[in-house]
Ligand binder design. Structure first.
Ligand code: ZN
Length: 141
């Protein structure tokens, strides 16, 4: 028989140790490292970095100096495919967890995690994304 506590834990388990471990680390990063998550309607490289001369549309961006994750609030990627903001958040959080990982490695990880996280785990991460007005900033205290 499931107690309520066990049931709630089950919601936050994918059944795979590495996936659950990564989920718990992402939650800690959201609470302790990230100070703000900001939604932007248009997010480009030149908004925040001086490395690229041309404007390049981004789905998300982690700016360590601002302790801020920017998320493009458009729900489609450049090819028009549906791209949930929670998936972008997972991508940016993975960058924070593994600073030495290449972009390709992070993309590979976020694909696996997006597939493996339980609905409860995705919902828990989604809670940190600001709602309603895209210009609203959410302070994570
Ligand atoms: Zn990236």
């Amino acid at each position: 028989m499931y107690t309520k506590r066990k049931f709630r834990y089950a919601q936050h388990s994918s059944g795979v140790a590495w996936v659950d471990f990564t989920f718990r680390r992402m939650r800690v990063v959201l609470v302790k490292v990230v100070e703000k998550i900001v939604l932007k309607k248009r997010l480009t490289h030149t908004d925040h970095t001086k490395t690229s001369g041309r404007k390049c549309v981004l789905l998300g961006l982690w700016v360590p100096s601002e302790k801020t994750i920017y998320i493009n609030s458009a729900t489609k990627d450049l090819k028009g495919a549906h791209h949930p903001m929670t998936k972008t958040l997972i991508h940016e959080l993975y960058h924070i967890l593994d600073e030495t990982a290449s972009e390709q490695e992070v993309i590979r990880a976020d694909k696996i995690l997006w597939r493996m996280y339980s609905p409860g785990q995705k919902e828990e991460l989604k809670r940190f994304i600001p709602k309603n007005d895209p210009s609203v900033e959410l302070l994570l205290l």
